[in-house]
Design a protein around this ligand. Sequence first.
Ligand code: AMP
Length: 394
Amino acid sequence: MQIDNINFENRKVIIRVDFNVPLNKDLKVTDDTRIKAAIPTINKVIADGGTAILISHLGRPKGKEEKYSLKNIVSEIEKNLGQSITFVNDCIGDVVKESIAKSEKGSVILLENLRFYAEEKAGDVDFAKKLSELADFYINDAFGTAHRAHASTSVIAQFFPNDKCFGYLIEKEIISVNKVLNSTEKPLTAIVGGAKVSSKITIIEKLIDKVDNLIIGGGMAYTFVKAQGGKIGNSLVEDDYLELALKIMAKAKANHVNFLLPIDTIIADDFSNDANTKVVNIAEIPDGWMGLDIGEKSSELFKETILNSKLILWNGPMGVFEMEAFQKGTVDVAKTLAVATENGAFSLVGGGDSVAAINKFNLNSKISHVSTGGGAMLEYLEGKQLPGIAAILN
Ligand code: AMP
């Protein structure tokens, strides 16, 4: 059942959203991306004349901790929605039921943090049932937690056998990832960066069966360089993965995948923004120095491949982009992706740090799809069944 084909008039609709937004020490929202992302689904329900009952988690509270109360984000939701909402300081029970019963058509009710109950993360069936009693329809629009089998993301769906669907956000996430995984358009290029080979190994192995070009950057590149006999000085390395790195490269060759590593690197004599820096060949890093970003020649090399691609997937920064001195490689890739997209390619960016980089450089609107779920997107790309997705489809 697709959200666009449903009329929510007079229906009480639970929408599981992902309002796990960052807050500063004054408990003000510092990035409202996730709130913005949920608005189309909320708008659809209220425009039809239904009541939207929003449920979400925020942070990792141990019991009822005020600083994790969703009341802290009420004004931010109202600002984005353009109407006032009702906040109820619990997510199950009679007080919530009364508030919903009193609600008028087109109203929005926000319930308190689901994780104030340990039952949420435990996937407790009774808790899920209590949530389900609040509404007659269930929408899951929380892609960021779709890989978790929690009460509100997956267990609850069984109580709405014929009255459940994805929200627009999840729909778009699924369509975007499937487009990259299943499309026959070519060339398909994956850019994988970030700190460690170990955390991306499953995804790299999966991608090698799909892609035409595989670009490796970030901290993990040095493990590949060392595996081939290069000198990497004090750069990040996982010595346990040297053999596997060689196997991956051999597999890429056997699959006719164009496997690209950086050729030059910006090295530093300290892990600090103020360190002394030099640009060297990536396989010739002196002892005492570490590679913290890719160099200009690598950016150019990657650019050529990216601009020739029809589908591009990017996960993980090219360097320590949090420090200004080492952000250029990541900025270059982000900008190249924007140009490729403008030229007609489909670009998908996922994973916490690459999304943070896209936001930091204000390129969000120039990418075809920026995923809101880092872990969830990676698991979906790896081919795993996500509980939050499966619960709606079953
Ligand atoms: P991940 O979560 O695996 O995508 O890794 C992201 C992290 O990798 C960021 O915090 C980057 O600062 C870090 N990173 C990227 N390149 C390097 C590098 N050359 N050396 C150390 N850390 C890096």
